[in-house]
Design a protein around this ligand. Structure first.
Ligand SMILES: Nc1nc2c(ncn2[C@@H]2O[C@H](COP(=O)(O)OP(=O)(O)OP(=O)(O)O)[C@@H](O)[C@H]2O)c(=O)[nH]1
Ligand SMILES: [K+]
Ligand SMILES: [Mg+2]
Length: 457
C-alpha cells in the first residue's frame, strides 16, 4: 500500500456522452505532492515537495489550474481538494481533481499524473480495498458499496444503504460474540479435572449453541436478499384466452408476448423484468391451463404449472365473460402452493362484463381499467414478501457458504465426545463467521471480492 494510486472515478466520457464533470482521485502517501506538481506550474521541474505552501487547506475545494508537469501546458481549470490521512475515505492521503468532463481533458489529466512517475493506475476496487485494509469498513459494508452502485430500483438501493450502515455487520458480529462467549465457557471447562462439563456450564454452552444455530437457520431460510437481487418471481397463470399475455404486455408497457384470439397462443414461459413500486420483478407469462391433445401445448401447460409452483407470487387471470367463478375454484384447487392470503385473482375483460367481487381485482387489459388497483395489490404483496421480519436479509452467496459451514461446525460441537473437540468446533464455526465480515483475513477471498468493483471505486 505504499504506492500512490489514481483513477477516473466517474464514467469515461465519450463523444456521445461527455460529462459536465469528471473526477480523478488519487490515494497514497504522495497524493498531496502530486497535487502540488499538477497545480503549481513548473513546480515539478523545481522539485517542490509535499507540504508546500502552495497546497490548499485540506478538505476544502479550491479553484486551480491543472498543468502538464513536464511541458507546463495548462490542461484544465477546476476544483481540487485533498484529504490528510487518516481522515479520508481510504484512510490514506487523498486528492481529487474535478475536471471538465471531456475526453481530451480527462485523457490529458491522466497522462499528466502518469508523467509524475510516482503514481500508478488503480486496480478495480483498489480504493475500497485500501479503505478495508485501513479499518474504514468491514467486508459486508464494502460489498454494500458494490450493491449500492449496482442498485437499479429504490428497494435495492434501500437494502444496500441498510447494509452500508452496518446492519448485517452487527448481526454477524453479535453472533460471533455469542459464539466466543460459549467458547470461553468451554475453554474454562477444559481445565476442570472431570471428564464431564459441570452441569451449569454444560447448560449454558448448550443453550448458546442452540440459540446460535436457530438464528442462523432462520437467516439462511430467508429468501428476501435473493429476491431483491434477482427479482421477485411473479407468474401469470389462467385458462386459455383469459388475456394473460395482454396483461403481461400492459404491465411491461410493450408487446413482449404474442396476443391473439386463438386459444393456446402462448406455449413457452415468457419473462419480462420490471420495476414495480421499487421492487425488481421477473414477471412470467405462461400457457393457458387446459387439457390438450397437442403434445407441444401439453408441454407448455406443464411449464406453466411448474413456474406457478416456483414463483413467489401468482396472478390467476380469468375471463369476466365466461363463468370465471367456477374456473377460479377449479384452478385454485389445482395450483400447487396457491396462497389464498397473498396470491391475486384478476378478472379480466371488464369492458365486456362487469365484475363486483371484493376478493378479486377487476381489470381490462384492453382499456387499462383497474391497472392502478392491480399494481397496488402487487406492490402490497411484494412488500409483505420482502419485509417479513425486521432482521437484515442474507445478500450474498459468499455469506451463505460461510454460514452453512458455521452451522455444520456448531452441529458437530453439540455432539462432540470431548470438551476439547467441542471447543475446536466452535472455534471453527467462529472462523467461518469472521470470514464474512473480514475479522478473519483470507487474502484470496479479498482478491475475489474487490475485483468485482469498478476501477476508481
Ligand atoms: N374485450 C377484451 N378483450 C381482451 C382483453 N384482454 C385480452 N383480450 C382479447 O382476448 C384474446 C386473448 O388474449 P391473450 O392475451 O392472447 O390471452 P391469453 O390468456 O394470453 O391466451 P393464451 O396464451 O392463448 O392462453 C385476444 O383477442 C385479446 O385481444 C380485455 O380486457 N378486453
Ligand atoms: K390467445
Ligand atoms: Mg398468451
Amino acid at each position: 500500500m505504499d504506492d500512490t494510486i489514481y483513477a477516473l472515478g466517474t464514467p469515461v466520457p465519450s463523444r456521445a456522452h461527455p460529462g459536465a464533470i469528471s473526477v480523478v482521485r488519487l490515494s497514497g502517501p504522495r497524493a498531496a505532492e502530486a497535487l502540488i506538481f499538477l497545480t503549481e506550474r513548473r513546480a515539478f521541474e523545481r522539485g517542490h515537495s509535499a507540504r508546500d505552501p502552495a497546497l490548499p487547506e485540506p478538505r476544502r475545494m479550491t479553484l486551480r489550474s491543472l498543468y502538464d508537469p513536464k511541458s507546463g501546458e495548462a490542461i484544465d481549470r477546476g476544483l481540487v481538494a485533498w484529504f490528510e490521512a487518516p481522515n479520508s475515505e481510504t484512510g490514506e492521503t487523498m486528492a481529487e481533481l474535478h475536471l471538465h468532463g471531456g475526453r481530451a481533458v480527462v485523457g490529458g489529466a491522466l497522462e499528466a499524473i502518469a508523467k509524475l512517475g510516482f503514481c500508478r493506475m488503480a486496480e478495480p476496487g483498489e480504493f475500497t480495498r485500501r479503505a478495508f485494509e485501513n479499518g474504514k469498513l468491514d467486508l459486508t459494508r464494502a460489498e454494500a458499496i458494490a450493491d449500492l452502485v449496482a442498485a437499479e430500483t429504490d428497494q435495492q438501493r434501500r437494502q444496500a444503504m441498510q447494509q452500508m450502515d452496518g446492519a448485517l455487520h452487527r448481526l454477524y458480529e453479535d453472533w460471533r460474540t455469542l459464539g466466543l462467549r460459549t467458547l470461553a465457557h468451554l475453554e474454562a471447562a477444559i481445565d476442570f479435572p472431570d471428564e464431564d462439563l459441570p452441569p451449569g456450564i454444560a447448560d449454558e454452552v448448550h443453550a448458546g449453541i442452540t440459540q446460535l444455530r436457530a438464528e442462523i437457520a432462520a437467516h439462511l431460510d430467508d429468501r428476501r436478499g435473493e429476491r431483491l437481487r434477482e427479482g421477485l418471481h411473479i407468474a401469470i397463470i389462467g385458462p386459455p384466452n383469459a388475456g394473460k399475455s395482454s396483461l403481461l404486455n400492459l404491465l411491461a408497457r410493450r408487446d413482449a408476448a404474442i396476443v391473439s384470439e386463438t386459444a393456446g397462443t402462448t406455449r413457452d414461459v415468457i419473462e419480462v423484468h420490471l420495476d414495480l413500486g421499487g421492487w425488481p420483478v421477473v414477471l412470467a407469462d405462461t400457457a393457458g391451463l387446459r387439457e390438450s391433445g397437442d403434445a407441444i401445448e401439453q408441454e407448455g401447460v406443464r411449464r406453466a404449472r411448474a413456474r406457478a409452483a416456483s414463483a413467489d407470487l401468482r396472478l390467476l387471470v380469468l375471463d369476466a365473460t365466461s363463468g370465471w367463478q367456477a374456473e377460479r375454484d377449479k384452478l385454485v384447487a389445482s395450483t400447487e402452493r396457491w396462497d389464498g392470503a397473498r396470491d391475486i385473482v384478476v378478472v379480466n375483460k371488464i369492458d365486456r362484463a362487469s365484475v363486483a367481487d371484493a376478493d378479486v381485482v377487476p381489470v381490462s387489459a384492453l382499456s387499462g381499467d383497474g391497472l392502478p388497483e392491480l399494481l397496488g395489490r402487487i406492490e402490497q404483496a411484494a412488500g409483505a414478501l420482502m419485509q417479513e421480519g425486521g432482521a437484515p436479509p442474507l445478500t450474498r452467496a459468499r455469506h451463505r457458504e460461510a454460514l452453512v459451514e458455521c452451522q455444520a461446525s456448531l452441529a458437530r460441537a453439540l455432539t462432540a465426545s470431548e470438551i476439547a473437540l467441542a471447543a475446536e468446533d466452535v472455534r471453527l464455526a467462529m472462523r467461518a463467521l469472521g470470514r464474512i465480515t473480514g475479522t478473519v483475513r483470507i487474502d484470496e477471498l479479498l482478491d475475489i471480492i474487490f475485483r468485482d468493483f469498478c476501477i476508481g471505486k
